[in-house]
Design a protein around this ligand. Structure first.
Ligand code: SF4
Length: 86
């Protein structure tokens, strides 16, 4: 299984208000409370929640419906939508 090709743009971490599953991370303006504006990285990366782990989400919920490469492509489409919005 190839690694998810995250380019660390941070758009998913800046838009946690858009998905019910990530809304609990919202610091009040749509940005995750664990996102560092200075470093542009997750400050709890090693201990980040399951919902932030693409590979774990795949194994837990989507492996029976999609091949890994399909799942990666679907997620990359969301990345593109978020990048387009910013
Ligand atoms: S916990 Fe970390 S990886 Fe998850 S949305 Fe927040 S900053 Fe991003």
């Amino acid at each position: 299984m190839r690694a998810f090709p995250c380019n660390q743009c941070g758009q998913c971490c800046r838009n946690v208000h858009l998905a019910e599953q990530t809304r609990f991370l919202d610091r009040g303006d749509g940005v995750c409370r664990h996102f560092s504006e200075d470093s542009k990285h997750c400050t709890i990366y090693v201990d980040r929640p399951d919902i932030c782990r693409v590979d774990r989400q795949y194994r837990m919920h989507y492996a029976e419906r999609y091949a890994w490469d399909e799942f990666v492509e679907l997620n990359l489409q969301v990345c593109q939508v978020l990048a387009f919005q910013s």
